[in-house]
Write a protein that binds this ligand. Structure first.
Ligand SMILES: C[S@@+](CC[C@H](N)C(=O)[O-])C[C@H]1O[C@@H](n2cnc3c(N)ncnc32)[C@H](O)[C@@H]1O
Length: 236
């Protein structure tokens, strides 16, 4: 089953991912600055960090005065998020393809979901749940793999389909097979706009200058073609 392979991959990678997350260029100098820039003023706000990984985003948000609740499907990632955040924030194991029964309606100002939605074939229920837990006017901020990058990277011949794809990651310790789902652009937009949101901003990010010091080749490539896409959507 694809989901169990995704969990096993993140359980295997979790400690190394946590160790590298401060300066891993695609996270620290490409995804995080561009995704964080889409957040409203978060001091005193309630934020749900969906698929929180080892809690690096949560750490930044807590330092900026937010009240953070985070979840992840990987139990080891949740342990690392708890340990990184030293008793601040609330973290639990949860699969975002299932309902968030423990969270009340209209209880968050912001839902953040960074670099995780490509592990889901169907975003419908997840978007409905993100919408339900947001307060009226609250916003959803996501970062995802750019659909055009994925189409090229996976050498797809079926642009219009949501396809199961896999590749091997070598940057987090032992090589690990990572399974995910690539999708056309309309399948990145329609599940958001058809489930109670309007899209307020869409960014095709550029790496920040520090990236170049760590990985000059990808710095050049990412300034020529995007790998990620960031979206801010507002609850209607
Ligand atoms: C690339 S990491 C991103 C982690 C974190 N958002 C960050 O940007 O640092 C992807 C995360 O998604 C989690 N994940 C994958 N499938 C999930 C699911 N169905 N429900 C919740 N989390 C999931 C993984 O365990 C992993 O921690």
């Amino acid at each position: 089953m694809i989901k169990s392979k995704i969990i096993a991959a993140y359980e295997q990678m979790a400690d190394k991912y946590n160790e590298l997350i401060e300066h891993k260029p695609h996270n620290a100098y490409y995804d995080r600055p561009n995704t964080l820039a889409l957040l409203p003023d978060i001091a005193g706000k309630a934020i749900l960090d969906a698929a929180c990984g080892p809690g690096k985003y949560a750490e930044i948000l807590i330092a900026d005065g937010a009240e953070v609740t985070g979840f992840d499907i990987s139990p080891r990632m949740v342990e690392l998020a708890i340990s990184r955040n030293k008793g601040q924030g609330t973290f639990f194991v949860h699969d975002f393809s299932t309902p968030l029964h423990t969270l009340s309606d209209a209880s968050f100002d912001v839902v953040l979901c960074a670099l995780a939605l490509h592990y889901l074939a169907d975003w419908t229920l997840t978007m409905q749940e993100f919408n339900r837990v947001l307060k009226p006017g609250g916003c959803l901020v996501i970062s995802i793999e750019h659909p055009f990058f994925e189409y090229n990277f996976f050498e797809s011949k079926k642009y219009f389909e949501v396809e199961h794809v896999k590749c091997t990651w070598k940057g987090f310790g032992q090589p690990v097979e990572v399974n995910s789902f690539r999708r056309p652009l309309q399948e990145c937009i329609a599940p958001i706009t058809e489930n109670g949101f309007y899209i307020d901003k869409l960014v095709e990010p550029r790496p920040v200058p520090e990236f170049e010091k760590y990985d000059p080749r990808h710095y050049k490539e990412l300034n020529e073609f995007p790998s990620f896409m960031c979206i801010r959507a507002v609850k209607r």
